[in-house]
Write a protein that binds this ligand. Structure first.
Ligand SMILES: Nc1ncnc2c1ncn2[C@@H]1O[C@H](COP(=O)(O)OP(=O)(O)OP(=O)(O)O)[C@@H](O)[C@H]1O
Ligand SMILES: [Mg+2]
Length: 414
């Protein structure tokens, strides 16, 4: 069946309903894909595959424009993977050469039915792919006047050459591909800007934090100098905890930074979680006493579980430090519980401190999120979550109805 209303656009004249429905179907699939797929390579590959199917070509490729070098390189080449790789690595077609180059330069579709008779034909790709090109349809990919690349269809099957209808439809495909490339660039630019902003913020936050700690170290160093050189030994008990706390803070920051920047493989060995909890509490006890915080502990009967001991220690230190900070200066209660469940060992760290404002609750595990200005880096909870997830476990934060925050961790036995 032919479309009847042929006096509007002449090329539609020759199109059958079957061909049209094939095209509409392909556009529908590409539209759906472009809503779902973020990866540019995947999207362009699917566009090339659909293009091949619609015009019944043997192969298709998407070449993108390198604006600085003024050449075209293969972003997608359908077919054998090793050939694709070679084409991507080795073929850079100056836009002054080849049929694709001419389509890019002149921003017009070029339909060549027999490449052997066309002096513009560039043989490099055929020599690498061992593919014999007979006919080519090269269509420039343009979006908002910007040339992005060239969509190339190779060898119309059954020995025919590409038609006017093929050219028109491929121009629409090329336009879709161009939009996809520019959208991907926009997303990448936005991500880069956000990443740079986040790095800037993180560096600024770290700088403040380290300066704060250095102030503590300088203060205690001056006091200890005074104690030693002027024999005022009574100052030492005041100066020493400041120095010790500052050194602990530097150690905690560098450990969190390291744990954040490179994901170390975890090494599980059977550990008694009760012991890890008791050891961690013994370490923070002086700080808790100073801040007027009482500690309640409830341990499980059997708390042996395969974990990476050093990483779980890090989790405990971070959670206990946060709980103490939330109860300072007003004092309060910090409770730690270990409970044996069927599939998991549960660890709960709760405090009667300030609680977590509901509006920041969704962000507390984000890297560099902190409400502690220059005294926090915002990496503590990020590292906790990463470590627990590496153990295939989970960590959840909530506020207690009685006030304060509760962190519940589940660590599976295997
Ligand atoms: N127990 C808690 N009570 C109230 N707020 C908390 C508690 N634990 C964490 N938070 C909130 O979550 C934020 C992020 O915590 P996180 O441990 O990641 O960073 P930080 O404590 O600010 O800095 P640091 O890198 O030194 O640990 C904190 O700044 C705080 O606002
Ligand atoms: Mg913290």
């Amino acid at each position: 069946m032919r479309i009847k209303n042929s006096n509007i656009v002449t090329w539609l004249d020759t199109v059958s309903i079957e061909e049209m429905s094939l095209v509409v179907d392909a556009f529908y699939r590409i539209h759906r894909l472009s809503c779902l797929v973020i990866n540019l390579d995947t999207l362009l590959t699917r566009i090339a595959e659909e293009a091949c199917r619609v015009v019944d070509a043997e192969a298709a490729s998407v070449m993108l424009l390198d604006v600085d070098q003024q050449n075209l390189y293969f972003q997608v080449a359908l077919g054998d993977r090793s050939v694709q790789k070679k084409l991507k690595q080795r073929v850079h077609l100056p836009i002054s050469r080849g049929i694709a180059g001419a389509a890019a330069r002149e921003r017009t579709s070029i339909n060549v039915s027999d490449v052997k008779t066309d002096p513009r034909f560039f043989r490099d790709a055929d020599q690498i792919s061992l593919f014999e090109t007979r006919s080519v349809l090269a269509v420039p990919m343009v979006d908002h006047q910007e040339l992005v690349g060239v969509l190339e269809l190779i060898n119309k099957r059954a020995g025919e050459h590409f038609t006017d209808f093929d050219t028109r439809i491929m121009e629409m495909f090329a336009s879709l591909a161009a939009t996809a490339v520019l959208n991907a660039k926009l997303v990448q630019d936005k991500l880069n800007t956000e990443r740079l902003a986040a790095i800037g913020e993180a560096v600024a936050g770290l700088g403040h934090c380290i300066r704060n700690i250095m102030n503590g170290i300088r203060l205690s160093k001056d006091a200890l100098n005074q104690a030693v050189y002027e024999k005022q030994y009574e100052i030492i008990p005041d100066a020493w905890p400041i120095l010790s706390h500052s050194l602990d803070s530097i150690e905690a920051i560098s450990a969190n930074m390291l744990s954040y920047s490179r994901v170390a493989a975890i090494e599980k060995t059977p550990c008694n979680l009760n012991k890890l909890v008791s050891d961690a509490i013994a370490l923070i006890l002086p700080r808790a006493n100073d801040a007027g915080i009482a500690i309640e502990v409830s341990l499980a009967e059997d708390a042996t579980i395969p974990v990476d001991k050093f990483q779980i220690q890090r989790v405990l230190w971070n959670l206990l430090a946060n709980a103490i900070e939330a109860c300072t200066p007003q004092g309060g209660i910090l409770s730690v519980g270990v409970v044996r469940q069927e599939q998991h060992l549960a660890l709960v760290v709760a405090d009667s401190g300030s609680g977590i404002p509901p509006e920041i609750l969704p962000r507390i595990f984000d890297p560099f999120f902190t409400t502690k200005a220059s005294s926090g880096t915002g990496l503590g909870l990020t590292c906790c979550r990463r470590i627990i997830e590496q153990h295939n476990g989970s960590i959840v934060a909530e506020n207690l109805p009685s006030g304060g925050a509760k962190f519940s961790l589940l660590i599976p036995y295997n």
